[in-house]
Design a protein around this ligand. Structure first.
Ligand code: SAH
Length: 398
């Protein structure tokens, strides 16, 4: 068992259950440390604080437990069972309505570096740390133990998320597969159907984190002309049409995303019904600027993370401000805007400030009629508030 010792006085955050040990807090080590290895962390005074995955870099240890349970048999089964039971308690799954959810959300499930999404039997895994890449086998075994016949396949998609390549087995592929499991599948969310491509899609294939916000879009969409910017798989577009929107325009710069949007609209089309939908493979910002004033009564603005690192924060805030100012200027009188940020380093206060200045630039009267976040299957560890990454505002523009 290798040991990491902290500098004097640097044990406070761990004692408050924050799950990261930063390299600057480490005073020394005992034993040889390997990337992704389980190590124990001690205070300067030799007090055992917890154990977790070691990784060179600014976050040196990602804590798995504040006791020694990760060294013991049954750790992975227990931890995944806990995650699954939490999801059962949330009652997300509903026969004939919803069959997909996030099973593990990193620090929110005390499994830093691990994301597992459950798509109607197929679990897609993305490991963000060396320790999780190296724990693949234990994770698959635990998934079989916990999900039993509810598990059809486990697809590992960590090549895009792993922190580095050297020494890690990063061949994407099925780690477990029952006969006949396809490369993609159709899932249900709130009674609507979506094709999920876990092989080629972004992240794990679908943005499950917008489930409840999409439902809100459906509620407000009746009779509205809707613009869905950064539509990806067309989730918001499908919900808006299902809620009775008079027409929907979907925009994404990726041709593949536009293809998926079309496919998902077809999946949900009632026989014989005609849908007023147009898709545009275009830059969302240019499209918005060139669009007709007052054409849209509802605009959805869900861009990719503008800032991935702290040094990009200022530019990201300015980009949110510009984008939202354009949306606020364009929307019809009495129109509604759903605006989001999924950048982890942009907190909800800074995001609200960016939207506030956007409103001020537009010179229109704007009211906040809703605040949105990530759903309960993306829990936030209260000791790790950084885990609250998705935030959004519903605006009514007079
Ligand atoms: N709203 C989507 C998720 C958006 S992900 C959902 O509910 O599932 C971000 C999307 O923005 C991606 O599909 C990406 O292709 C697209 N994108 C990135 N930059 C863009 C740009 N400048 N213009 C239009 N689309 C862009």
């Amino acid at each position: 068992m290798s040991k990491v010792f902290l500098k004097k006085g640097r044990d406070a955050s761990l004692k408050r259950f924050h799950p990261w040990v930063f390299s600057g807090a480490v005073s020394g080590v005992e034993g040889e440390l390997f990337e992704g290895e389980l190590v124990s962390v001690f205070s300067f005074d030799n007090e055992f604080l917890g154990c977790g995955h070691f990784q060179k870099g600014s976050i040196t240890v990602r804590i798995l437990a504040f006791d020694d349970s990760p060294y013991k048999q049954g750790f992975w089964n227990d931890r995944l069972e806990e995650a699954y039971k939490t999801r059962e308690q949330l009652c997300i799954m509903e026969e004939g309505k919803t069959n997909s959810f996030r099973l593990v959300h990193g620090e929110g499930d005390m499994l830093p570096g691990l994301v597992l999404d459950y798509y109607n039997g197929v679990v897609v895994m993305q490991a963000h740390s060396a320790g999780m890449v190296k724990s693949k086998e234990q994770i698959v075994d635990a998934l079989k133990f916990v999900l039993k016949d509810k598990l059809l396949a486990v697809y590992d998609k960590s090549s895009a998320t792993a922190p580095f390549k050297a020494g890690l087995d990063l061949q994407d592929g099925f780690l477990y597969q029952e006969k006949g499991v396809l490369q993609s599948g159709v899932i249900l969310e709130n009674g609507l159907a979506f094709n999920v491509d876990w092989l080629e899609g972004q992240k794990t294939g679908f943005f499950l984190d917008q489930r409840e916000n999409r439902e809100l879009v459906r509620r407000y969409a009746k009779g509205k002309g809707v613009l869905n910017l950064f539509c990806y798989t067309g989730g918001f577009s499908v919900y808006a049409l299902s809620g009775g929107a008079s027409f929907v325009d979907s925009v994404d710069s990726s041709a593949r995303a536009i293809e998926m949007t079309t496919k998902n609209l077809e999946l949900n089309m009632k026989e014989g019904a005609s849908v007023s939908h147009n898709e545009y493979c275009a830059d969302a910002i240019d499209f918005l600027k060139n669009s007709q004033d007052n054409k849209y009564d509802m605009i959805i603005v869900d861009p990719p993370a503008f800032a991935k690192h702290r040094d990009a924060l200022r530019n990201a805030l300015r980009a949110y401000q510009r984008l939202n100012a354009n949306a606020i200027s364009k929307v019809s009188k009495g129109g509604i805007i759903f605006t989001f940020s999924c950048s982890q380093i942009v907190d909800k206060v800074s995001f609200a400030e960016a939207v506030f200045s956007a409103a001020a630039i537009s010179g229109r009267r704007v009211r906040i009629i809703g605040r949105m976040t990530q759903p309960a299957d993306h829990p936030v560890n209260i000791y790790h508030p950084e885990g609250e990454y998705l935030k959004g505002l519903v605006l009514r523009v007079d």
